[in-house]
Design a protein. Structure first.
Length: 72
């Protein structure tokens, strides 16, 4: 799961140090000046690519497109 956090500039150092101290958390700061919408898009897109890689590696099963459309 990926989470996008909006942190005040004066607290970024503390938050990054805290997150890096947790062995199960991977951190990757986004480029400066990126909008919230782009940050959310990038996080969701990266999650989609990870899911696709899991399907291609045989770790998970792909869903049928018709089943997806039925849910909508």
């Amino acid at each position: 799961m990926k989470i996008v956090l909006d942190i005040p500039e004066n607290k970024v150092g503390f938050m990054m140090e805290l997150l890096r101290s947790l062995s199960f958390v991977k951190t990757k700061p986004l480029p400066v000046g990126i909008s919230d919408e782009k940050a959310l898009f990038l996080a969701e897109f990266e999650e989609s690519v990870d899911e696709l890689n899991d399907v291609l590696a045989g770790k998970t099963q792909a869903r049928n497109a018709f089943d997806l459309l039925d849910e909508l």
